[in-house]
Every structure is written in structure tokens, then in C-alpha cells.
Design a protein around this ligand. Structure first.
Ligand code: SF4
Length: 366
């Protein structure tokens, strides 16, 4: 089976683990896709659901790994190929002077990305009528796996250690949306300044479109190299159903913000996350991607993962065929538009682990 197809199947169906402790800590709760484990297949490190209901019934199985994290993937008793789990990062063993473990401040995503949620709360999260139905930002906080507000000094300390001890190559900083019109741009800028003063590490900031476009320049000057403003869903009907609070920020505002941000960060350095499987038709997603690519925005389309404990935990993930019908033409559109994951300085698009998109891109280029 070609690698892109296998990754696509695994990300849609999830995988069962003979040894649930295999690999280092899984992503559970938090902002963005979760309930995953990082694994490397044919040189690509990807996040594959292991803690979701569909994963428990997946036809794919990973054997207990050896001491170096190496194992095999099989389906119905037939071995499909080898894989490995990235080893536990060394910076996880450190704590700040006031006793906060570094892994509560930032975590390793994939194999070389440092990721943090600077503010682990959101104006939209506590209200059932406003919260994004797929989001678990409060779960990791409630479970004591993180702290609510990471200070710029803490982030700089952890970033330095992650680079020096584990060879981290770039950093993703997301945030819950705070009250206030900057929508999180101010705390991202403050955090980036402190990190860049300590260590030379490419940073992606992720926030909602701020009220005023001058924030793009502020963030860029503070050291944010690339910017993510995430649509998640692309039609107003699905936006209102799945993320009623965020849907109040119109698509027009998102597109105006993209148009203003691209000249500041550069073509291909602004991106958006689109969750396929929430109800948007394939055609609607591809049409939106076409508009985004024309603007110079990289559309990172990922399969929706039904995170346990969220209102959408029983919502089915998209089928592998649905994902393939989007990712294959999207990879060709990106190639034709001159955008590529590998040219992104930092962030989810460069990491690519939550989607088979960059694997399809590789195939489109080949
Ligand atoms: S794509 Fe983004 S959310 Fe997914 S593992 Fe990479 S950095 Fe983390």
C-alpha cells in the first residue's frame, strides 16, 4: 500500500496498540486535534488516533515495540510494514525553579516540534452555546496536565532546553481566545519576544483574526515567523452548528485578515486549519482551498478526530475515501500554486503530522 494511502487510512480509522504504553505520552485533551500518538512510517512522523472510540475498533494493529520503539503495523493478521515511535524527549525530565515540570509548559509534537497553548482557557469554552464542539482545551487543564497561563520566561526556558536537549526545529504557539479585541495576538507577541531573545527557533503563532490588522506587524516584529488563523469549517451552516461562538467572526473577516497578513509574513507563511468530516462537502472545502491558495494561504486540511469527552466524541471521523478525494487534488493545487509544506518556516503546515497532505504533496511533486 502506498505510504500516503496507509497514513490516510490510519488517521481516519485510528489504530489499536498491543501495548498501550508504547511510545511517549500521547496527546490527550488540549487545543486542536488530540487523543493521538506520534509514530514514524516510511520516514514521515504522523499523529494517529489511539484513544478515540473508532481507534478501539480499528482493523489496524501495532505490535508491542522493541526497546528502540520499533514495531510492525498489521491488518487482519497481515503485516503491512514497519514503524517506530519517537523516543521520550529529554526536556520532559526538567522542571522550572518553582517546580513546574517542563512538559506542563510545552510538549513535543511529532518528532521535532515544540507546542504550547499559551493561554489554556478561552472566552468561548465555558458556554455550551458558544464553545467549539470539537475542542478539549479545558480537559488537560482540569486533569492537571498543564498550567493555565505560561509566562514568556517559562516558554523561553523550555524552548531553549528543547532545542539543546532534543534538537527541536520549530515551535507552535496556540492560544485560547482571551477577552479583548486582539484575540490573543498580544500574548503571542510577548511570548515570541522572550523566546527569540533566548534561542533562535522559528515560531508559528495561532490565533483568531485580531480586530486590527496592525497586530500582524506587531507579531511579525516580535519574532513570529508564520501565522495560523484557523477556519476549521468552511460553510456558514457548518460553522454555526459546530462552533457557534467562533462563527460570529465572519468568513469575510477571515479572508480580509488573510489578505492583510500575507504581505507581512510572506506568501505561504500564513496558513489555516480545515477539519474535514464536520459536515462540509468535499467541493466546498476544495473551493475554499482554491481561494486560499490564490491569496498565498496554505490550507492545512486534516481529518476530524472525535476527541473523548467533547460534544463530538460520537461524531464519526471522515472515511479514508473522503480524505483522499480532498487531499489528492489539494496536493496538486498546492503544487500548481507554488505553495509547499516544506517551505513553511514553522507550524502545523510544516510539521504536517496531523494529515496525510504533505505525503500526497510529496507524491504530487514526484
Ligand atoms: S500538525 Fe500541528 S497539531 Fe499536529 S502534531 Fe504537528 S504541530 Fe502538532
Amino acid at each position: 500500500m502506498p505510504t500516503a494511502q496507509l497514513i490516510n487510512e490510519l488517521q481516519s480509522c485510528g489504530v489499536r496498540l498491543v501495548d498501550p504504553k508504547a511510545g511517549h505520552e500521547s496527546r490527550r485533551g488540549g487545543a486542536g486535534p488530540s487523543d493521538h500518538k506520534a509514530m514514524t512510517i516510511d520516514g514521515m512522523t504522523v499523529m494517529v488516533p489511539v484513544h478515540t472510540a473508532p481507534a478501539f475498533a480499528s482493523p489496524y494493529l501495532i505490535d508491542k515495540p522493541d526497546e528502540l520503539g520499533r514495531s510492525n503495523i498489521s491488518r487482519d493478521g497481515v503485516t503491512l510494514g514497519s514503524m517506530s515511535f519517537p523516543l521520550r524527549p529529554r526536556f520532559y525530565d526538567r522542571s522550572t525553579a518553582d517546580g513546574i515540570p517542563y512538559w506542563k509548559i510545552a510538549v513535543l509534537h511529532s518528532r521535532d516540534v515544540l507546542a504550547t497553548t499559551v493561554l489554556q482557557s478561552c472566552i468561548r469554552y465555558r458556554s455550551r452555546t458558544k464553545t467549539c464542539q470539537f475542542c478539549a482545551i479545558g480537559q488537560s487543564l482540569a486533569a492537571g496536565r498543564t498550567i493555565e497561563r505560561k509566562t514568556p520566561a517559562q516558554l523561553a526556558e523550555v524552548a531553549k532546553a528543547a532545542v539543546e536537549l532534543d534538537g527541536v526545529k520549530h515551535m507552535v504557539m496556540t492560544t485560547g481566545t482571551p477577552p479583548g479585541r486582539d484575540r490573543g495576538a498580544a500574548i503571542l507577541a510577548d511570548s515570541a519576544s522572550a523566546i527569540k531573545a533566548t534561542i533562535d527557533l522559528p515560531i508559528q503563532g495561532q490565533c483568531e483574526p485580531p480586530d486590527d490588522d496592525h497586530w500582524f506587524t506587531r507579531m511579525r516584529e516580535a519574532g513570529i515567523d508564520s501565522l495560523g488563523m484557523h477556519l476549521e469549517a468552511v460553510t456558514q451552516e457548518v460553522r454555526e452548528k459546530i462552533m457557534p461562538g467562533k462563527a460570529q467572526v465572519s468568513m469575510q473577516r477571515y479572508f480580509a485578515a488573510f489578505a492583510a497578513a500575507v504581505p507581512v509574513f510572506g506568501r505561504g507563511q500564513v496558513s489555516t486549519y480545515i477539519l474535514a468530516g464536520l459536515g462540509d462537502a468535499k467541493e466546498a472545502i476544495l473551493e475554499t482551498c482554491e481561494r486560499l491558495i490564490a491569496l498565498g494561504v496554505y490550507p492545512f486540511v486534516v481529518p476530524f478526530v472525535p476527541i473523548s469527552g467533547t460534544p463530538l466524541e460520537s461524531h464519526p471521523p471522515p472515511s479514508p475515501a473522503f480524505m483522499r478525494a480532498i487531499l489528492e487534488p489539494l496536493a496538486r493545487m498546492l503544487h500548481a500554486g507554488g505553495l509547499q509544506a516544506t517551505a513553511i518556516k514553522a507550524g502545523c503546515g510544516r510539521c504536517g503530522a496531523c494529515s496525510a497532505l504533505s505525503t500526497y504533496e510529496r507524491e504530487a511533486v514526484a
